[in-house]
Structures are given as structure tokens and as C-alpha cells.
Design a protein around this ligand. Structure first.
Ligand code: PLP
Length: 464
């Protein structure tokens, strides 16, 4: 193990891994049944062409091949799962060579894993970034990024529709370390400019936001950061690199909860930050200390999920648009938020910047005349023409294809009533401040057939 005074081998390692894109295996480690299996010198790593060549390929080609060696251990077409917490050295000299950066390889699981390096390179290429750092969750990625870059006495400014746990981390925890936190209304660029002070280190937004689906003009947002000399971050979880490329518009970092579309199968937790090598070096270094790494098995699952990202996103996009159009025309629906609809306040920005609009659809129900359940003290009363919380819950309970659950981005559709799922313990006044009315439903369309999802919603809306 390196001492705190020695150069961090993990940093050296990823630097050369990204530059050369060689699979980070020593010849000894990679030895399969055949002598040259997995030998980086004899293989032609697709990854070696990553930045130069794959950048000009389509998103599906990139998703399938980026970051992967042409020949892998055992001549396997898939990458192995390196279920190893530590890595051994053949001699003392090899340790010294490694520390001096002569032989990129792994040392200890908290600093990196060969499978993780592959998926990081794939993620970096997909987002058009130099490097990526994988974390155990999206929240770990946000915490790791901010903790690596923000110091006591500095402050961060968020658009106020960012994921509520991200803002909670800043409001309740970063402030304990002397870091200031401000929120300004989402897409109010003048307010963002006005909130920036000489102490501001970071501006942060999501796009589209969750669950309001506001779409940020990324170039404008990035320009504020550049002009004012502050770092900018876009949480692009809802759009993915398939629908939007925030780095190309000039932001410093893009972050994803890879738990969602990137993994895509509701079977893993992961988070990633993508950006320049230089700005991610301290993030990787801190991750090695914090220990917020993901598991070798999850790295494998994420790599597998990413291969179908483009295909899945096409279906999520198609389903989101078809379902949103259906809902907008339904007499029980008061209004629909979906960036692909002409009625959406940010439709124009979305059509100019996004390839598609994703699978998340938020809609609000009108009241119906049937009986409702008695309201508890924590519940607010709905305006007359709008459904109350229980009428809304009845629709959620009546659908048969989407399962009821938090999260989004998997192949299975999920539905939820945010007031119940995420805001039940908040007062009506707090929910009003978060703009989470009782009649709001969030539907995360999976990749089922659009017609089936629409027929199911139709029967649920008609049933109550
Ligand atoms: N960012 C957004 C937009 C999210 O929706 C979420 C989770 O719902 C996160 C970040 C946090 O991701 P994770 O659950 O992987 O920690």
C-alpha cells in the first residue's frame, strides 16, 4: 500500500489507462489458457482507438465497443469479472516499477478494478469526455465530486429542481464543513448569475429535471460558469449520453446515476462523473480514500447494460412520446409534462439540443365524482377540479404493466405518486414549495410496446 506521501499508483494507472486504452492487466494477470490471451502487446484493443476513432462512430457502435480490448483473457468475447480485492506482484522490483508508473496495473480494489477501468472508458467515450470515475451510486458520485473540489468558505449554487437528495446533501452536510449552499429557480439564468459571488466554486443543474422535466439550455448554463470562473456540473441522468452531450456544450462535468438508464435493467446501483482527466484526478484520488467504489460484479453488469443503451433509449424515447401524447388527449388528465410535447414550456430548447426526450412522463389528474377516502392530517385538500391524493393513488394502483416503485430507466416501466413515494413525510406547505401536488403521477416508461402501455393506462384511467 502506498503511504500518503507516495504518488498514488491508482492515479498513475488511470492516466495511462485512458491515454493508451490498454486493458489494465499485467501479462501475468491476464494469462489465459493460451499464451497470448489477454496480452496487451499482442491484442489490438478497440479501446486504443477509443478517442480518435470511436468518436466518429455512431452511438450504438460506441456503446458496444468503446473501452474494450480486441482480445481478452481466455479469448472470451465478454470481459471477465475480476472478483478480487487485491492484486499480487511477482517481485519487489515489479512493485517499484508500478509505483514509478512503468507498468499500469491494479494494486488494491479500493483504487480500481480491471472491469471498472473498461466500463469507465466506455462511459467516458459515450459522453465525449477524457475520463470517467465510477462510484457505488449516483449520490456517491455527487458527494465525491463536490468533496474533492469544494473547500470551506466556498459555496455551491443549484437550480432548485435538482434531485432532492443532492440538495439535501449540500444543505445539511456540506454546510457543516463551512461550504455555502444556495438554490435559485430552475432555468432562471439571471438568478443564477446574480447568486454567484467571488466565493462560488460550483454551479449545478440537472437536465431534464426530475419529476418536473424542465430542460436547461446547457450552452447558456456552461457559458455562465466559464464567464464567472466557476465549475459547472450537469446531472444528465434523465437524458443519458444518447439524448444529450453536455460536455460538448462546455460544462466541466457530467454526472449520471448509472442505476437508471445506463445500467438499464433495474438490477444495479452505480454512479459516474465524466470530464477532463485533470479535473477528475482529485475525484479519483478522494474516491480511493472514501472507498465509494462499486463492485466488480456491478461493473460487469453495467458494461453489459451499456451495450444496448442506444437501442433501449430509442424505445424509451418512443414510448415516452407516445404515452405523453395519449395522456395529453385524455379527459381525466389535467396536464402532462414531457419535453417532446409542443405544450411543454421548454419544448423548443429540448428539440434543439436533445436527440430524444426519454421515458419519464409526469402527469396530473383531474377530479372525478366518485367517493374518496378520508384524508389524514398530513394530507392537503385538492382544488375542486383536481384529483385528490386518493383518487390519484387509485389510478396508480389500477395499472397492470408498470410496477409501483421509485426509480426509472430500466426495461420495466415503473409508476409512482411522488407525494406518497418521496414526499409523504413532508407537510402540505413543504410539498407545495417542492411543487409536488397530490394529483401528480410519474411514469417511467420502460421498453415494453407503446400500444400495450397506452391500453393499460387507458383501462386504469377509465376504471376509477
Ligand atoms: N440524480 C438523479 C437525477 C436521480 O434521479 C437520482 C436517484 O434517483 C440520483 C442522482 C441518485 O442516484 P443513485 O440512486 O444511483 O444514488
Amino acid at each position: 500500500m502506498p503511504t500518503t506521501n507516495s504518488p498514488d499508483p491508482a492515479d498513475t494507472h488511470i492516466f495511462s489507462a485512458v491515454k493508451t486504452s490498454l486493458p489494465p492487466l499485467s501479462k501475468d494477470q491476464a494469462k489465459g489458457p493460451e499464451p497470448d490471451a489477454g496480452d496487451p502487446k499482442k491484442s489490438t484493443p478497440t479501446g486504443a482507438l477509443t478517442l480518435a476513432t470511436l468518436a466518429s462512430k455512431g452511438p450504438s457502435t460506441t456503446a458496444v465497443h468503446a473501452g474494450e480490448a480486441r482480445q481478452k483473457p481466455g479469448f472470451s468475447i465478454t470481459d471477465p469479472i475480476f472478483a478480487s480485492s487485491t492484486y499480487t506482484f511477482p517481485s519487489t522490483q515489479s512493485i517499484i516499477d508500478f509505483i514509478e508508473g512503468k507498468h499500469p496495473r491494479e494494486e488494491y480494489g479500493r483504487y480500481g478494478n480491471p472491469g471498472e477501468r473498461v466500463v469507465e472508458q466506455k462511459l467516458a467515450v459515450l459522453d465525449g469526455g477524457e475520463a470517467a470515475v465510477l462510484f457505488s451510486t449516483g449520490m456517491a458520485a455527487l458527494v465525491g465530486l463536490l468533496m474533492a473540489h469544494v473547500n470551506a468558505g466556498e459555496e455551491v449554487v443549484f437550480f432548485d429542481e435538482c434531485y432532492h437528495r443532492s440538495r439535501e446533501f449540500c444543505r445539511k452536510h456540506l454546510t457543516r464543513f463551512g461550504v455555502g449552499f444556495r438554490e435559485v429557480p430552475t432555468c432562471d439564468y439571471a438568478a443564477m448569475e446574480a447568486a454567484i459571488t467571488p466565493r462560488t466554486k460550483f454551479i449545478v443543474s440537472e437536465s431534464p429535471t426530475n419529476p418536473h422535466l424542465s430542460v436547461v439550455d446547457i450552452a447558456r448554463f456552461a457559458d455562465i460558469g466559464k464567464r464567472r470562473g466557476v465549475l459547472s456540473l450537469i446531472d444528465a441522468t434523465l437524458c443519458t449520453p444518447y439524448n444529450l452531450q453536455p460536455l460538448a456544450s462546455g460544462v466541466d462535468f457530467v454526472l449520471h446515476s448509472a442505476t437508471k438508464y445506463l445500467g438499464g435493467h433495474n438490477d444495479l446501483l452505480a454512479g459516474v462523473v465524466v470530464g477532463s482527466q485533470e479535473k477528475l484526478d482529485p475525484v479519483r484520488h478522494l474516491r480511493g480514500i472514501m472507498g465509494g467504489v462499486n463492485s466488480p460484479h456491478n461493473a460487469y453488469l453495467l458494461e453489459r447494460g451499456l451495450k444496448t443503451l442506444a437501442l433501449r433509449m430509442e424505445q424509451h424515447n418512443a414510448n415516452g412520446l407516445a404515452v405523453a401524447r395519449f395522456l395529453e388527449g385524455h379527459p381525466r388528465v389535467d396536464r402532462v409534462l414531457y419535453p417532446g410535447l409542443e405544450s411543454h414550456p421548454y419544448h423548443s430548447v429540448a428539440t434543439h439540443t436533445m436527440r430524444g426526450f426519454g421515458g419519464l412522463v409526469t402527469f396530473f389528474l383531474k377530479a372525478h365524482s366518485g367517493p374518496t377516502f378520508a384524508a389524514g392530517s398530513q394530507l392537503s385538500s385538492a382544488p375542486n377540479n383536481l384529483a385528490d391524493w386518493r383518487q390519484t393513488a387509485n389510478v396508480v394502483d389500477a395499472v397492470q404493466i408498470p410496477r409501483i416503485g421509485p426509480s426509472l430507466g430500466g426495461v420495466e416501466s415503473l409508476i409512482e405518486q411522488p407525494m406518497v413515494m418521496s414526499y409523504w413525510n413532508y407537510s402540505p406547505a413543504e410539498r407545495a414549495a417542492f411543487r409536488i401536488p397530490d394529483n401528480m403521477i410519474r411514469l417511467a416508461c420502460g421498453i415494453e410496446d407503446s400500444g400495450d402501455l397506452i391500453a393499460d393506462l387507458s383501462q386504469a384511467l377509465d376504471a376509477i
